[in-house]
Write a protein that binds this ligand. Sequence first.
Ligand SMILES: [Zn+2]
Length: 165
Amino acid sequence: MSEKIIKYIGTPLEIIQEKPEMVVKWPRTLMHMHTYGKLSKFFQELKKGKLFATYCSNQDCEEKRLWLPPRADCPDCNQPTSWIEVPNPVVGKIYTFTKVEYPGEGIELEYPYFQIDVDLGPQFATIFKGYLLYGKPHIGMKVVAGFRIYNPTNTILDIFWVPKK
Ligand SMILES: [Zn+2]
């Protein structure tokens, strides 16, 4: 009776260099299944050109401002939030910004680009992060939300900002 011999079924890695240390090219792919969970509505509405925030509908909660990006549960009282549409056009002003020279994995934008933090007013508990589609930002500059309703990415990149004329 013979023992089964375990065979190597892979493809040998390509050697990039041998010295001073050995380096090999190790290709990897990754499929990440990601759920938007209770925030699905937010992404579904972006594709329709609509921006939805959440608010706490617990009458005993002191936080009455809107959450954007939305929170499924109120950070203050931990109760489920409710949805509300932010009326179009959505206008905000740039709270701060940065020039992104090297975006991370998953940000499929041409770079450099300007990442902006948008202040939507005192009715919001949050500063909303996004990117400027064109133009040069400055703090306090008014911007208007735009939506990628044609060929949506199904990511947060489906909302962008342009300078307000
Ligand atoms: Zn609450």
